[in-house]
Design a protein around this ligand. Structure first.
Ligand SMILES: Cc1cc2nc3c(=O)[nH]c(=O)nc-3n(C[C@H](O)[C@H](O)[C@H](O)COP(=O)(O)O)c2cc1C
Length: 248
């Protein structure tokens, strides 16, 4: 399964079964986390069962079942770090999805004290991503939570401002934006708007309600890039709000 294909399969998994992750799965995630950490100058810590992964306390009103492994996203408390965590962390999420594992970005509904990873001065825990085996069917409560969140889905047109309507925009732009809508964002706010004009295509955050929107920005940039690539148009993003998608 390619990362682009994983976009269609991924969802925020809030139910896990009791089987801990096997050593091979953990090693695969650790190796990728190490590589992405180097690429993005980020600290991903993969915590398996043997490292105390089962101590993680997720809010019981949202999550069910025992998850014994998670990835802690740790770094300085700034928006540039948040954005890079979004971009590179979502690469990890899509990879885990392709491994048939359940994941969920969690920035709020967990107990930070239950994360036993030591922090250096100036570091904070931005998010955790529990990773585990999924039950064959998500329980009713978790399906209801997701349906309620996904009701807020924006129309693709709301995420695009360009010289034409989105329907008349090039296929790579349309597939990019479709991939963004399918992606995760904090409380499904989908805050990123793609603006296209003579200077190119930029990812913007018109209304930043909370800093976590910068993580959404990084995630949206990755999803857009994968969607554009699926239409045969490759590009790389400049960082930050107003970052330009440089076509290759
Ligand atoms: C940065 C970020 C933080 C999130 N934090 C939480 C959280 O604290 N608790 C939670 O249950 N879901 C959290 N989510 C998951 C979103 O609610 C979810 O992505 C959104 O509702 C879309 O649903 P889907 O991911 O199932 O497609 C977060 C997602 C992102 C991207």
């Amino acid at each position: 399964m390619t990362p682009y294909e994983a976009i269609d399969v991924r969802f925020s998994c809030r139910a896990f079964d009791d089987r801990p992750l096997g050593t091979a799965d953990l090693e695969e995630l650790k190796a990728l986390a190490e590589q992405l950490g180097q690429e993005g100058n980020l600290r991903f810590v993969v915590v398996g069962m043997a490292d105390g992964g089962a101590d993680l306390k997720l809010a019981a009103r949202m999550f069910t079942g025992d998850v014994s492994s998670y990835i802690a996203l740790i770094g300085p408390d700034d928006n540039a770090t948040r954005e890079r965590f979004g971009y590179f962390g979502e690469k990890l999420v899509l990879h885990a999805t392709a491994m048939a594992l359940g994941t969920c970005w969690v920035a709020g509904t967990f107990d930070r004290q239950s994360v036993k990873v030591p922090l250096a001065t100036g570091e904070v825990i931005h998010d955790v991503i529990p990773v585990g085996h999924m039950p064959a069917k998500q329980p009713f409560a978790q399906r209801t939570i997701r349906a309620a969140m996904r009701k807020r889905d924006k129309k693709p047109e709301a995420l695009y401002q360009g010289p034409t309507s989105l329907a008349e925009a090039p296929t790579w732009v349309r597939l990019g934006i479709e991939a963004v809508i399918k992606g995760p964002s904090a409380v499904n706010q989908q805050p990123v708007v793609f603006v296209q004009d003579q200077s190119g295509l930029r990812a913007t955050l018109p209304k930043v309600q909370r800093d976590i929107a910068y993580t959404d920005l990084g995630i949206a940039k990755l999803h857009f890039q994968l969607g554009a690539e699926a239409a045969g148009t490759c590009g790389t993003w400049g960082w930050g709000t107003e970052g330009v998608f440089a076509l290759q």
